[in-house]
Design a protein around this ligand. Structure first.
Ligand code: BGP
Length: 473
């Protein structure tokens, strides 16, 4: 058998993409609430267009999401029906600390997640909890400027201590920041930052990065103090960047691009800033704003495992004329050997094996795949979806993951597909970009009953889990 006996199969969601109930039970406004659907979404996510509150002419899909807040029992029962061993989900920070800087947490928010975790446990499902999935109380953005402000470290420490103490015994696996590297590309979504006129982008973003890295190390320390059984992981948006040609210039550029992506994980996993980053900082006249015992905290509190999302690989070239597209939030040149999804994301199952190997070679720590899947347009007919394309995508990816374990010796803890139930897309705000085994009746503009239906892939994934990945047919 390729996968370990206790391999954690399951699915992953994020609070802001499924919970809804944005203003219920004391929850405060969050940055993710005010990122609209439509053409300005990316401008807001990157902080290019400042939107700190709802504006009349926009539609905000996070307000309702798929209303997981009121459907969680039904949804977890559906996950259990597939035999999930793990459910990855995230905490809405502003549910726990509505403004982010209070001294005491909001009991109703804490209770909600406790209920969700207990519901998971009822079915023997292990919760895997992302503390921050692109999620910051809006008050911390408007009053403190998001993660560019060092005070955020203290607020985050308070949040994490509250969570660890409250959920001790209920939650073992934690991730500190979802796709931490994305904050460099979408600063408002990833770090609550809109760059002000005259600010030096590099300095602001790497200052914020330092704060997140220190906060992450603190969280790891606190978790281990509260409960030595807790396992804390980092999380990156992965996918190797290939050189377009064997021209050494392209190869060097690919190496540089990969390092830029691995930068955060290098620090979280090894405990110190890598030499290539320090040199880059020097060239920009930037000094790491390390204070007090920051460097010691980083060094002594590295993560227990490495988690990542994998959707596609990317291609880089020094040829300025080559056409570049967005490929899962990052730029890439088209790969002539591979096909793309309807949203232009390159499909590269073998690249999954390559990425797994690269990460394991680099860090030598257990890996956890916490996102992978195909966003596609589904046709809902006779109360179901015949989503053979989704099965095909997952089959090939799981086969390559299996090869990485079985043939290459990668140590892998588990696999959670992205969006086991349809939810709002992070990059586009659409519902029509569907990933689920479970269909949700809701469209891009908020119409629909929110009723849940099983797709064809539901039974397929159930069989994959029951056979521990042996039966992929
Ligand atoms: C990752 C995010 C998720 C998720 C996924 C799919 O980058 O961590 O939140 O949404 O991508 O992306 P999208 O929803 O844009 O298709």
């Amino acid at each position: 058998m390729a996968f370990r006996k206790d391999f954690l199969w399951g699915g992953a969601t994020a609070a802001n993409q499924c919970e809804g109930a944005y203003n219920l039970d004391g929850r405060g406004l969050a940055n993710v609430d005010v990122i609209p659907h439509g053409k300005d979404r990316w401008l807001v996510a990157t902080g290019t267009r400042k939107m700190f509150d709802f504006e009349d002419e926009y539609y905000y899909p996070a307000k309702v999401g798929i209303d997981f807040y009121h459907h969680y029992k039904e949804d977890i029962a559906l996950f259990a029906g597939m035999g999930f061993k793990v459910y990855r989900m995230s905490i809405g920070w502003s549910r726990i600390y509505p403004n982010g800087d209070e001294e005491t947490p909001n009991e109703e928010g804490l209770k909600f997640y406790e209920n969700v975790f207990r519901e998971c446990r009822k079915y023997g499902i292990e919760p895997l909890v992302t503390i921050t999935h692109f999620d910051i109380p809006m008050h911390l953005v408007t009053k403190y400027g998001g993660w560019r402000n060092r005070k955020m470290v203290e607020f985050y420490k308070r949040l994490t201590r509250t969570l660890f103490e409250r959920y001790k015994g209920l939650v073992k696996y934690w991730l500190t920041f979802n796709e931490i590297n994305i904050m460099l590309h979408a600063p408002f979504m990833g770090a609550g930052i809109c760059l002000e006129e005259g600010e030096d982008r590099f300095k602001v973003l790497y200052t914020a990065a330092h704060h997140e890295l220190v906060a992450s190390a603190w969280a790891t320390k606190i978790a281990h103090e509260v409960d030595p059984e807790m396992m804390v992981g980092c999380m990156m948006n992965a996918g190797t960047s290939y050189p377009y040609s064997c021209n050494p210039e392209d190869v060097l550029l690919a190496q540089k691009t990969n390092r830029q992506n691995y930068f955060f994980i290098d620090v979280q996993s090894r405990g110190r800033y890598p030499g290539y980053a320090l040199k880059e900082f020097e060239r920009h006249g930037f000094e790491v704003p390390a204070k007090d015992d920051d460097l010691e905290i980083l060094l002594n509190n590295t993560v227990d495992f490495i988690s990542f999302s994998y959707y596609s690989t990317r291609v880089v070239t020094t040829d300025a004329a080559a056409k570049r597209d967005k490929n899962n939030m990052l730029d890439s040149v088209s790969n002539p050997y591979l096909e793309k999804s309807e949203w232009g994301w390159t499909i590269d199952p073998l690249g999954f094996r390559i990425t797994l190997n690269e990460l394991y070679d680099r860090y030598q720590k257990p890996l956890f795949v916490v996102e992978n899947g195909l966003g596609a347009k589904d046709e809902f007919v006779n109360d179901t979806v015949e989503d053979d394309y989704r099965i095909e995508y997952l089959r090939k990816h799981i086969q390559n993951m299996k090869d990485a374990v079985d043939l290459d010796g990668v140590d892998l803890l588990g696999y959670t597909t992205w969006g086991p139930i349809d939810l709002v897309s992070a990059s586009t705000g659409e519902m029509s970009k569907r990933y689920g085994f479970i269909y949700v009746d809701r469209d891009d503009y908020g119409n629909g009953t929110l009723k849940r239906y099983k797709k064809k892939s539901y039974d397929w994934y159930k069989k994959v889990i029951a056979s521990n990945g042996e039966d992929l047919d």
